[in-house]
Design a protein around this ligand. Structure first.
Ligand code: GLA
Length: 386
């Protein structure tokens, strides 16, 4: 992201003064999809693309926001009970409200921001916004006393309360806690996590963006989560001696026992989640052993599950997965919530160029537009730039 670009817009659209600049990244996820809100494990890392904001307290009780990318301006009072209508500004409003809830005396400020993380690509542009605004509010109004976890949780609460997406914690966690060159294995139930240096010799990670836009708000994302909750209710009713908080607490035998008590669709969704839980742990073992072939095999299994059982794929993503297979790519799968966006691919160096060329050409020939390709650069999480 270009600091001078953001600064020039901040100066132009407000009173000519400069503020502080903050940056928060989007994320990749190696494996562990739709496991976060099921109390399972995820394996994300922050990327080099994200959201950059310049922010300066303005001595009033009004927040004046400018979206550089959308060329749109919105204002709201810090104490406004409803908040703005524009979705992009609701991310700022939500973080302000959550910080107030944490006891921070947030005052008016001017903010201009821009991003280079593609929207709706499954790379968590929303979480990048939330954590960037959280990083700024923490620095400007809370003497950096708010913990990283509280910033991540404020981001998740913003999604739930002000955007309408009942997301898990993976994206905000990755954006806040990311470290250069490291993936993170997070246990979403206990919130314990570990950094894993990730530098697979002889392989590259690359994202291929179908450019099919996913919009999680009001989408089947929330329905998927509901299906998982329905199965937890059925498990709790049947196994009265055991406590089921999420699908994390369920095993394969228990799922089979209550199969007839839930809809076929809900069963299928839960079946995916249990499989994904096992796959993440298998990938951890494989990574420790340096066995990237197994990592790749599990990625293909995840794609299959997300496509056929969890039903969050689309034609274009299935096609990209097939192209990866045809080219002998080690692992490939849908990344993020699904319904569009990117595939993440683990590719051997020697076939990398051939795969990218083939994916670009075949995709464009079939769908009339070329996909975008982003080599993965695992980078640092939220921080103040200057
Ligand atoms: C979206 C959500 C995350 C997670 C993924 C799927 O990115 O924001 O919480 O559920 O989908 O793994």
């Amino acid at each position: 992201m270009d600091i001078e670009f953001v600064r020039s817009r901040f100066i132009k659209h407000f009173d000519g003064k400069t503020g502080n600049i903050y940056f928060s990244p989007g994320r990749i996820n190696l494996i562990g999809e739709h496991t976060d809100y099921n109390g399972g494990f995820v394996f994300p890392g922050a990327v080099d693309k994200g959201i950059m904001a310049e922010v300066r307290p303005n001595g009033t009780d009004t927040v004046m926001c400018y979206s550089i990318d959308l060329k749109d301006r919105v204002e709201f009072k810090v104490a406004d009970p409803e908040g703005p209508r524009a979705t992009w500004a609701r991310f700022i409003y939500g973080m302000v409200q959550e910080f107030k809830g944490l006891g921070v005396d947030v005052k008016g400020f001017n903010i201009a921001f821009a991003g280079d993380v593609p929207l709706g690509a499954g790379m968590s542009s929303s979480a990048a916004m939330e954590s960037c605004f959280g990083c700024a509010l923490n620095d400007l109004f809370a003497d950096n006393k708010i913990s990283k976890w509280d910033i991540a949780l404020a981001g998740q609460a913003t999604e739930h309360k002000y955007i309408g997406v009942n997301c898990g914690i993976m994206d905000q966690f990755a954006s806040v806690f990311g470290q250069k060159g490291k993936l993170m294995r997070l246990d979403c139930r206990s919130r314990e996590f570990e950094y894993f240096p990730f530098n697979p010799q002889g392989y590259k990670l690359v994202l291929v963006n179908s450019k099919v836009k996913h919009e999680l708000a009001g989408s089947p994302y929330n329905d998927r989560r509901k299906s998982c909750e329905n199965v937890v209710v059925a498990l709790s009713k049947h196994f009265t001696n055991k406590k089921f908080e999420t699908l994390r607490d369920a095993n394969w035998e228990e799922l089979e026992v209550i199969k007839g008590n839930v809809s076929a669709e809900d069963y299928q969704r839960a079946h995916f989640v249990l499989g994904e839980k096992d796959r993440v742990l298998a990938v951890c073992d494989a990574l420790i052993a340096g066995d990237y072939e197994t990592v790749g095999k599990k990625m293909y299994e995840t794609h299959q599950g997300l496509s056929k059982e969890y039903e969050v794929s689309c034609e274009e993503l299935d096609f990209l997965n097939e192209v990866a297979k045809d080219n002998g790519v080690t692992g490939s799968r849908i990344m993020g919530g699904g319904f569009g966006g990117c595939t993440i691919n683990l590719v051997k160096d020697e076939i990398y160029d051939k795969f990218i060329t083939d994916a670009m050409q075949r995709f464009e020939a079939k769908y009339g537009h070329a996909p975008e390709v982003y080599p993965v650069i695992i980078s640092d999480g939220s921080h103040k730039v200057c």
